[in-house]
Design a protein around this ligand. Sequence first.
Ligand SMILES: *Cc1c(COP(=O)(O)O)cnc(C)c1O
Length: 388
Amino acid sequence: MTTAVKSKIYLSSPHMSGREQDYVAEAFATNWIAPLGPHVDAFEAEFAAYVGVKAAAAVSSGTAAIHLALRLMGVGAGDIVFCSSLTFVASANPIVYQGAVPVFIDSEPDTWNMSPQALERALADAKASGRLPKAVIVVNLYGQSAKMDEITALCDQYGVPMLEDAAESLGSTYKGRASGTFGQYGIYSFNGNKIITTSGGGMLVSDDAEAMKTARFYATQARDPAPHYQHSQLGYNYRMSNVLAGIGRAQLQVLDERVKARRAIFETYREQLGGLPGVRMMPELEGTSSNRWLTAATIDEREAGVSVAALLDALAAENIEARPVWKPLHLQPLFERAAYYAHAERDSVSDTLFHTGICLPSGSNMTEEDQARVIECMTNLIRKGRSS
Ligand SMILES: *Cc1c(COP(=O)(O)O)cnc(C)c1O
């Protein structure tokens, strides 16, 4: 007997609304294919209004947006930049692009994001050595906001500007305010796996409209206002194309629906899996609302009777894409010489989350049957683990 291969369930795949093609068609009809064009201007204005900032700059990726923000903050060769450790490598790579030196800050258990107590120790040490960081990059993991009140208070106390990496938290709020708007700069990503996508792209936001003008200048090769090609500063080719901005405009219109769908997916996982032995869902800090970009949980192997690695293998065998939690950057070979501040002495929270965490398929286009398949697979394994 042959068993049919079950259709693949992705971790988080693009989810078009259907209106994207109207905007793309408009770009084609007017021949605003590239570069820039009216969709780019409109996408920036609509995006800035949505998150509630004065200005936005549409760029080719979230990584490019981080790079531009660091440049605007004056980060240069030999400078120190603090960064969350538990994140995707793109949060920190632009530090190195600028020739600066990353210092990684651990997570705390309530949000899985930057630990204010680790940040406080790092800032105190930096001050004592006379080398304060040029910037602090705070990541909002899987949609959950970091402890912004505590972190901004520390940054203000030491006079260090903050860049909020909200690549994963578009549509999330902290005390009613949009995630990504707490730092001097904020960035978002429209990569294919994010909550909304332009196939690839990013956005830099700030209440400093002049700085956003400068960002657009750097992002278009820093061309001086002259009829000939004249350049006084180093620039990049980082702007978003008008075709992709059209996709972004249509995606932004359904963002609230996408957040609702991802939160509902999380709720179903929580109801069905959250009560199983050893399973703990990622928390949501009081006063915040996460977009639940990815449903994440930790598995206590002793209680659940099964390891994260075994769960991932079993899900893969069922053609289900699940992932471990990000490997912390202080554990990456690329950054093996970087300094690191743990949450507390002999308590590295991000290490524990990395060893016990799992991300489950969370796409807003997942069907109920898809989710039931994931839940059944998880439930069978965890119960089997218990009975053996
Ligand atoms: C996706 C992501 C980025 C990078 O965005 P790209 O658009 O892929 O360059 C940066 N930081 C975090 C936390 C991300 O998840």
